[in-house]
Design a protein around this ligand. Structure first.
Ligand SMILES: Cc1cc2nc3c(=O)[nH]c(=O)nc-3n(C[C@H](O)[C@H](O)[C@H](O)COP(=O)(O)OP(=O)(O)OC[C@H]3O[C@@H](n4cnc5c(N)ncnc54)[C@H](O)[C@@H]3O)c2cc1C
Length: 350
């Protein structure tokens, strides 16, 4: 996607929304239901209007809403289970700029006012530091005309290097290494990280604002939840983290997306809030991910297909109204399970 985004910009186009990074292949992003944030914006798979698929017997199938519509509905978020996608057609929008406003905020106040916040801003992204009341609040808005002054300019390259490379990656890696050596220090380290959050505003091409470098390695579990479940789930999660003094140096991220019609999309016919728990890769996240999963599955959570979760086909069948329809397409296109693997056996069944 880091090739696609500037290529689209060069012809005056953009994808309507993007995730946090641009290192994925477009098919990997589509097949796992990758999403960005924005209560009125859908995930990347919803921008797909046509697919070419090479199926298990070597056939080349072109599909869209009109042509083989069932393969199209199943094929967008398909986890590689239906065949190899060789071509995608994407509904783009005219290239646009985003005004970014990032600031430190009180997580309780942000959540109390969340409905207004996501209505008033196109893309709201929240990074809450466990064991603190603070979060980094990012509000990005699409602009026809950039605001006046510095807020209407891209970040100077030195500031970008300082904030996004040095502080968010180089320094942050060292903070996390210290956390891995001394997990008991995590609450204090998070207080320091949260206090270091600065405010900034800038305007740039959409993809430059949506995506940033992520060099500190981590593991992650992310669940989509009905919007009304956000506050209770966050309250339960914060309670568990505090009670267990869970050593989580990475922020918990909260995002939003609008409902779509893609059969296995986390957004299938549901406006979602997303909550993601991260753990530094040198630290064990098992207990935190398990506690998180236990909470979210009580609130109709749907796991991100490309991140950590332990659900199997039986639970996923209950979460996705079109699960059986997806399996029927899979049975038709790959009866001998040429594309099966351990993960697919677990989440879709053998
Ligand atoms: C640092 C980081 C940040 C992330 N940020 C976000 C985010 O902001 N939002 C979000 O939703 N997700 C995010 N993700 C998750 C990420 O978008 C997905 O894991 C994505 O699938 C990775 O793309 P990939 O190209 O590596 O795919 P792979 O891991 O290679 O493949 C993913 C799936 O797609 C299938 N697939 C890939 N190519 C094809 C093809 N040509 N035909 C058929 N099937 C195919 C594979 O079989 C597999 O099932 C992030 C991941 C990382 C590591």
């Amino acid at each position: 996607m880091h090739v696609l985004n500037p290529a689209l910009e060069s012809i005056g186009l953009a994808l309507p929304n993007l995730g946090d990074i641009d290192r994925q292949t477009i098919t990997g992003a589509i097949c796992t239901g990758t999403h960005g944030t924005g209560a009125h914006r859908q995930g990347i798979a919803a921008a797909v209007t046509g697919l070419t698929l090479v199926t298990a017997d070597g056939s080349v199938v072109e599909c869209s809403a009109e042509q083989h519509p069932d393969i199209f509905q199943a094929g967008r978020v398909s986890l590689g289970a239906l065949g190899v996608i060789t071509e995608v057609e994407l509904q783009c929008v005219p290239a646009f700029r985003l005004h970014a406003r990032e600031s430190s905020a009180d997580i309780t106040e942000v959540l109390a006012d969340i409905d207004t916040l996501v209505t008033d801003h196109d893309h709201v992204d929240i990074h809450w530091f466990p064991h603190t009341d603070r979060c980094l609040l990012k509000c990005n808005n699409e602009v026809a005309t950039a605001p006046a002054g510095r807020a209407g300019q891209p970040l100077p390259s030195w500031r970008q290097a300082l904030d996004d490379r040095f502080l968010s990656n180089t320094v942050y890696e060292q903070v996390n290494r210290l956390a891995a050596l001394r997990p008991a220090l995590v609450p204090r380290l998070n207080q320091i990280s949260a206090r270091a959050l600065g405010a900034r505003q800038f305007t740039d091409a959409s993809w430059r604002v949506f995506c940033s470098p992520r060099e500190v390695r981590f593991t992650e579990s992310e669940y989509a939840l009905p919007r009304h479940a956000l506050r209770p789930v966050m309250a339960e999660l914060r309670g568990w983290i505090a009670a267990e003094r869970a050593p989580l140096p990475f922020p918990v991220e909260v995002r939003f997306a609008a409902a779509d019609d893609v059969w296995l999309s986390t957004g299938y016919q549901r406006d979602n809030a997303y909550i993601a728990v991260h753990q530094f890769h040198r630290m064990d996240g098992t207990a935190s991910f398990a506690a998180f999963e236990e909470i979210v599955t009580q609130h109709a959570g749907r796991p991100h297909w490309g991140k950590l979760h332990t659900l199997g086909a039986q639970q996923l069948r209950a979460a996705y109204p079109r699960f059986e329809d997806f399996l029927a397409v899979r049975d038709r296109l790959d009866p001998d399970r040429v594309f099966a693997n351990d993960y697919l056996d677990r989440v879709l069944g053998p």
